[in-house]
Write a protein that binds this ligand. Structure first.
Ligand code: BDR
Ligand code: CA
Length: 307
């Protein structure tokens, strides 16, 4: 059995990633930790608690940091909806998170399962950075840290240079990327290229089960945003493809260990993941960067999760 911790700013694509992990037979999720990101922390908690309950699970969901380390929180409700779950009228209130705070929970859980603990980050890296600052030894205890964030090759979704999760809290991302934790980075380019679903794909998945329908219904505002703004043939699922990598690395078809730094000073390039593809800096590679993935395998895993 593999042990997982999932750090999330639960909105529509995070919820699908949670479903994939909860439905995977070989994975035990020890904790779900929330951070401010797509939506405010209280809404994110409710969204995660609802999703856990829907899957019939009782995994503890912990409140973490509401704000980035140094900057005001900028959310993505224009993408995921005011409630983060597509504004389809789900009853997203009244559930109670577990007692305790995400940062000590990260520290204690990683220490407890040292050597067999996968950390999956689907959100700004605020909680993870603080845990690493408090206990730097965590970096060598985590088996792997799958990061949905940044861009391996190409352009961003929040600015031309940056992907949302890294852009929201670039200082936290820099701390995590420099910590020595074994990162596999699944950037936005990977979801845009290999995890995009069009209306027909969504309709088909909705027919598989109630859970399939839930996973697609909550993409309502993302679908509208994607068609209008990202000009994709459908909408992308960044957190689910990162979760697919965490669950089964065979979804990766090409990856490379490269040096990656995070831009924190520039206004224009805030949160850019600067990937040294040609070893121009001479610095030691610190991140396994996913460069290509299998859409077929990803779709298979999505279907397996909801069937
Ligand atoms: C990431 O940002 C959020 O909007 C999504 O949940 C995902 O984690 C994609 O850039
Ligand atoms: Ca997310």
């Amino acid at each position: 059995m593999r042990h997982f911790i999932i750090d999330t700013d639960t909105a529509s694509d995070d919820a699908v990633a949670l479903v994939m992990a909860m439905k995977h037979p070989d994975v035990q999720i020890e904790a779900i930790t929330l951070v401010g990101g797509n939506v405010g922390i209280e809404q994110g908690l409710q969204n995660a608690l609802y999703t856990v309950e829907l899957c019939g699970e009782s995994i503890p969901v912990y409140r973490g940091l509401a704000q980035p380390m140094l900057r005001p929180l900028q959310m993505a409700q224009h993408v995921h909806g005011v409630d983060g779950m597509g504004d389809i009228g789900l009853p997203l209130s009244g559930r109670t998170p577990a007692e305790g705070h995400a940062v000590p929970v990260l520290i204690d859980t990683i220490n407890k399962f040292a050597g067999n603990i996968t950390l999956v980050t689907l959100a700004p890296l605020t909680n993870v950075a603080l845990a690493l600052l408090q206990d730097p030894s965590l970096a060598s205890k985590v088996t792997e840290c799958i990061v949905m964030g940044g861009i391996g090759q190409g352009y961003g979704n929040i600015t031309p240079a940056a992907e949302f999760n890294i852009w929201v809290d670039p200082e936290a991302a820099k701390i995590v990327f420099e910590s020595g934790i074994p990162i596999t980075m699944v950037g936005w380019d990977i979801s845009r290229t290999y995890a995009t679903l069009n209306q027909a794909d969504a309709a088909q998945l909705s027919q598989v089960s109630d859970l399939g329908k839930f996973c697609m219904d909550i993409q309502k505002t993302v679908m509208e945003f994607a068609l209008e703004r990202t000009k994709l043939d459908g909408f992308d699922l960044p957190d689910p493809i990162a979760m697919a990598v965490a669950l089964d690395r065979s979804v990766i078809t090409v990856s490379k260990k490269l040096y990656v730094d995070v831009e924190i000073h520039s206004e224009l390039c805030r949160g850019q993941t600067v990937v040294d593809h040609l070893s121009a800096t001479g610095k030691t590679a610190n991140v396994e960067v996913v460069l290509e993935a299998s859409r077929e395998r990803f779709m298979e895993m999505l279907y397996d999760a909801v069937k």
